[in-house]
Every structure is written in C-alpha cells, then in structure tokens.
Design a protein around this ligand. Structure first.
Ligand code: NDP
Length: 401
C-alpha cells in the first residue's frame, strides 16, 4: 500500500495512472502532476469514471527542482514515476535526492540540444542514490523495459548464456493520418534520425540512419520492413550482460513514414539546433512537433496491433538454441481500457509494473539500477496479469541476417 506521484500527463502517464488506480491494493494513493493542469484533470476525470478512484492533480514544472522538491516534501510519496520527457530526468532525480524519495522512469536523460540517448548522466548518480539509501530504477517502459526483462528471463530459464540478441519493435497500427508519430514526436524523430549503432564484439558499429532494412513476418501483423536503429537499452544490456556478442535493435516503418521523414530531414525540419526566424530563436523540430497531430489524439483512430519482442541465440547445455519472446497488443483494446493507443499502453503498463516492483519491496536496493539487474520473474507474472501477456517459442535457428 503506497502513495505514488506520477509526473507527466501525456499518453504514457495516462495509461500508468489508470492502471495504478485499477490496483488499489498496491497503489493506495495516486497523485498526478504535470506542466499543464488541464491534462492532469482530464486524466483524473477518466480514472474516476472508469475506476471510481480519485487522483489528486497538481501543476508542476519539473525542470524547477525547488518546486518539485517542495511538492515531494508536501506529498511524501514512496516513489516518483517520471513520465514527463527525457529532458526532465536529471532535475527530477535531483528533487528525489533532496526530498528523500525513490525514483523511476521509462527513458534515459537527453540534453535538449544533443540527441545522445546515453546513460552516462544518470549512471553518474549511482553514489548519491547509494549514499542516500534510495532506489532509482531506469527504463521501465516496453523498450527500454520489457525487452530487457525478456532478455534476462530467457537467460534465466531458457539459455545458459546469450550470444546474440535482436530486439524487434513492430507497430502494425494504422491511424489513417498522412504523417504522425505514436509517442512524443520530438523524441521519436530524434531517435529515428540518429545514426544506427549496434553492439558487436565489444564495440559500437555505426551506420547512417535508416540504411539497413530487413523484412520480417510478425505474428498478428504480417510481413513488415524493419530498420536497424540505435536504442538506449543496447548500452545498458551490453554493460550488464557483457557475454552478449551482438545486440541490435529494429523498428518497423511504412514507406509513407520514411518518405515524409526523409523530406522533413532534407529540408531541415528535424534539426534540434536553434535557427533565427523573424528575429526569434526557434528549434525546427519543436516547431514541427507543434504542427503534427498530438499522439494522444490518435488513440480513437488507431487500428491494428503491435508486436514487440526479443530473439536470442545462445547455448543451453552446450547446444545452440534460439528463442523468440514477444507480446502482441491491440490498439483498439488498449483504447477501450484506458482511452490511449497501444504505444502508450505498452509503455504505461510496464511503468505501473516497475512502480509495483519498487513499492512492494519486490525489487529494491540503494543506487541507480537498470531493469535487467533485477529478478525478471515477478515482473513477467505481472505482465501476464495486467494486459501485456507474452509468448515464447523456440526457432529452428538464429536469424539469418
Ligand atoms: P507526451 O509528450 O505525450 O507527454 C509528456 C508529458 O510530460 C506532457 O504531459 C508534458 O506536458 C509533460 N511535461 C513536459 N515537460 C514537463 C515539465 N518540464 N514539467 C512537467 N511536465 C512536463 O509523451 P509520452 O506520454 O508519449 O511519453 C512520456 C515518456 O515516455 C517520454 O519520456 C518518452 O520518451 C517515454 N517513452 C518510453 C517508451 C518506452 O518503451 N520505454 C515508449 C514511449 C515513450 P505538456 O502537456 O504541458 O506538454
């Protein structure tokens, strides 16, 4: 029974708060704070209507460490679940240290003017969280999050060691818009336009963005083109599971998405450095975000399924084996349950589960942790019970590309 403060009233925050409210035995009190109070209030109204539970709401600029610390001192939650943007991570971690509260997020810190997707800034907090006797759990969404838990589960139950790991992220959903992103457009476009990096034999191998493509037949979706990308969990998995020789991340995109993105990139609209427009500094990608559909508005329109999982090859009792572990999530079912599409759902449910692991004391410890450092079993049980059931099957051999 714990009080939790969620920061960030976007699609992911909405799902997490709904799912926490559905589990009053774990989350006795859920509080939501974000930059725009009206968005918090809309989520609280939906939660009340769907579950009968009250969610207190607060306006908060989480970049203001003093304001966040003051709110934490007033509310005294057991945990802060940071579902704002990656830019806020360090400021919220500072406030947690100042107020003596545990911390969790779903995306690693990003400086506003550099697209890096590196853990170094958050890992640098290790000693301070350790000394304070507080836990910081980094990356409890789907990817990062569930995909890393899938890897540790395979290592615990199916393989003695993992040699190669491929993370396959397929969104087979269709929202009917010419161009839109399924989560925060600024973060999404930063990720997709960054050079593709994979981990191979102890080194990073880099190729230009969206240049390596494969077709894969996803269960419940069908054949899709997927592109090699960098994704932040590759760094933490390579660090915590150094036995893995090669780690790659793939994400599916339709041809229309790639064409739009290429044009936007060619004309400079995805730039994250400021330009002067009519005497004022603007960042092209932030302006683009302002004219694109809000991801939350796509919920009612999106049909189809996501299929996200891991393919791992390694040794079991001296014999090489390959396993595929994945979850399939339906956009319309996700929308019916919480009023949000499956991308927000597949992130918000693991955020709730990560929070449950910490507040029940199932996971814990003093310091900064990535999710693959904990026992995967209780997390995997909760995925099955709370809307993200998974399946595992043995493949005939390793991926041939
Ligand atoms: P949204 O843009 O929909 O929501 C972000 C929310 O944070 C908005 O309500 C925004 O407020 C609020 N916010 C932004 N800045 C501040 C601030 N300074 N203080 C307080 N609140 C602030 O994003 P999503 O819900 O799609 O994503 C949320 C997080 O989840 C992101 O960090 C994203 O990277 C991560 N994510 C992780 C995934 C995973 O699998 N691990 C997958 C998808 C997302 P306002 O409405 O006023 O702008």
């Amino acid at each position: 029974m714990a009080k939790v403060l969620v920061i960030g009233a976007g699609g992911v925050g909405s799902v997490a708060v709904h799912k926490m409210a559905m589990n009053p035995d774990i989350f006795s009190e859920v509080v939501l704070a974000s930059r725009t109070l009206a968005k918090c209030d809309a989520i609280a109204a939906s939660v009340k209507q769907r579950t009968g539970r009250d969610v207190a709401t607060y306006q908060l600029d989480a970049d203001d460490v003093a304001a966040t610390t003051a709110l934490l001192n007033e509310l005294k939650p057991a945990l802060v679940v940071n579902l704002a943007l990656p830019y806020q991570d360090l400021n919220i971690m500072e406030a947690c240290l100042a107020a003596g509260v545990n911390y969790m997020d779903t995306a690693n810190y990003e400086p506003i003017d550099e697209a890096k997707f590196e853990y170094k800034w958050q890992w640098a907090y290790q000693e301070r969280f350790k000394e304070a006797g507080l836990t910081a759990l980094l990356g409890s969404g789907f990817d990062p999050g569930v995909t890393s838990v899938f890897a540790t589960w395979l290592k615990k139950h199916k393989l003695d060691s993992i040699r190669t790991l491929d993370i396959l992220d397929c969104n087979g959903g269709d929202h009917g818009q010419p161009f839109a992103t399924n989560f925060n457009p600024e973060i999404n476009i930063r990720e997709v336009t960054a050079p593709a990096r994979r981990w191979e034999k102890g080194e990073w191998v880099e190729t230009p963005a969206l240049t390596i493509k494969q077709t894969f037949d996803f269960e419940a979706v069908g054949p899709k083109n997927m592109y090699l990308m960098y994704h932040e969990e590759i760094e933490s998995l390579a660090h915590h599971l150094p036995e893995i020789e090669r780690i790659r991340f793939w994400m599916t995109f339709g041809d229309a998405y790639i064409t739009h993105l290429t044009v936007l990139q060619n004309v400079g609209m995805t730039r994250i450095d400021p330009v002067i427009y009519e005497g004022k500094e603007i960042v092209p990608l932030q302006f683009l975000k302002a004219v694109l559909p809000e991801p939350a508005s796509l919920g009612a329109l999106t049909k189809g399924k996501t299929n996200i999982g891991d393919i791992a090859t390694g040794l079991k009792d001296g014999v090489e084996k390959t396993f595929y572990i994945y979850n399939i999530c339906d956009h319309e079912e996700a929308y019916a349950e919480t009023g949000n599409q499956a991308i927000s759902y597949t992130t918000g449910v693991p955020a709730m589960i990560g929070a449950a692991m910490l507040v029940t004391g199932t996971w814990g410890g003093a310091g900064v942790f990535n999710i693959e450092q904990f026992n995967p079993d209780p997390y995997m049980d909760m995925l099955n019970k709370h809307g993200l059931p998974w399946q595992v099957k043995e493949l005939e051999g390793p991926l041939e590309f």
